[in-house]
Design a protein around this ligand. Structure first.
Ligand code: DP6
Length: 325
């Protein structure tokens, strides 16, 4: 029997960057994100007694199954089974956007594999399970605006949808500065910030202090404040990264060009706010009425390297037909 699931990527407004416990994947701070509608991963899982090892296919190509296999060990432990699995994933994320993320991947794998192993986990339990694969996957179990409570142990570190969802028609524009594979992965990058950045403690304290204001700003549809807090969290994270040993940055020249265009638009009264993750691409938060104006402003520099999406739904079990589509 094969089980199919779909999970969407998310972009953090208040970032997760740094682990308090690497083994349990507990973050140093809570984080808040938006789940995106147009970028998602579909995953099929079959526990098959005839297999001698786990197998993992991504976008039609056989992959090294190590990370998937380690994650499945956790699922097998919970489901009290020992069978190996065939895992087949399709990333519905334009690879050029550099968004192919571990968030949608492990949220989809947690949803499909737990069900295939005979478990019927609650959304909270699924979120905790996805966390073991990748921190940002914790949040991709839920749609809309999501908070990941950092917690202090395995049971208390999980995500949930924010109690009051914004009613604003939020949109995210993804500007592809470079489609190359990340120079430094999030996992390695954040470990190096924790180990070597003299700004790390300040980053943790300042980022945690943005959580409550962001919850209020989202509940009150205060776009100017949502945007301000989003830029603060992103820039402070990148400031801590720049101060690492050896010094490092994810910024490319065109990254700054995108930030500058966003600031120019804001000076003209357009609500647009930029954020960046562990790579040079820029995501711009706005609302639906301003998407076309922003596209017009960005196109002379970035051409068709801009995608726009609204907020997406919870991770879910899907049918074979949806998977094959
Ligand atoms: C900058 O979740 O990819 O996107 O937990 O080590 O798998 P691991 O890292 P990952 O890191 C995401 C970092 C970020 C910010 C965020 O999504 O909150």
């Amino acid at each position: 029997m094969t089980t199919y699931a779909r999970a969407h990527t998310n972009i953090a407004l208040i970032k997760y960057w740094g682990k308090a416990n690497r083994k349990l994947m507990l973050p140093a701070t809570s984080s808040i994100s938006l789940t995106l509608n147009d970028f998602y991963t579909d995953t099929a899982v079959t526990f098959d007694p005839s297999l001698n090892d786990d197998r993992f296919m991504l976008n039609g190509e056989e992959q090294n199954p190590v990370a998937v296999s380690r994650f499945l060990d956790r699922v097998r432990h919970l489901g009290k089974i020992s069978t190996y699995a065939q895992v087949t994933s399709l990333n519905h994320v334009p690879t050029a956007a550099g968004l192919a993320s571990s968030a949608s991947a492990f949220a989809a794998l947690a949803t499909a594999a737990s069900r295939a192993a005979g478990l019927n986990l609650s959304p909270t339990e699924l979120s905790r399970l996805a966390r073991r694969g990748s921190g940002s996957a914790t949040r991709s179990i839920f749609g809309g605006a999501v908070i990941w409570h950092r917690g202090h142990d395995d049971a208390s570190s999980f995500a949930e949808p924010l109690a009051i969802q914004p009613s604003l028609p939020l949109r995210m524009l993804v500007v592809t500065v470079s489609a190359e594979k990340k120079a430094v992965s999030s996992r390695k990058g954040m470990a190096n910030t924790v180990a070597t950045s003299p700004y790390y403690d300040a980053w943790v304290a300042s980022n945690e202090s943005l959580i409550e204001p962001m919850i209020t700003a989202l509940a009150e549809d205060d776009l100017a404040l949502i945007g301000k807090l989003t830029e603060l969290s992103s820039m402070r994270m990148h400031a801590a990264i720049m101060a690492e040993e050896p010094p490092f940055t994810y910024f490319l020249p065109e990254t700054l060009r995108a930030w500058q265009l966003v600031q120019e638009q804001r000076a003209l009264g357009i609500p647009a706010f930029a954020t960046m993750d562990a790579g040079p691409n820029v995501k711009i938060l706005t609302t639906e009425p301003y998407v076309d104006i922003l596209l017009t402003a960005l196109r002379p520099v970035f051409g068709d390297r801009i995608l726009s999406t609204r907020l997406g739904p919870d991770a879910s079990i899907i049918t074979k037909e949806q998977f094959d589509d």
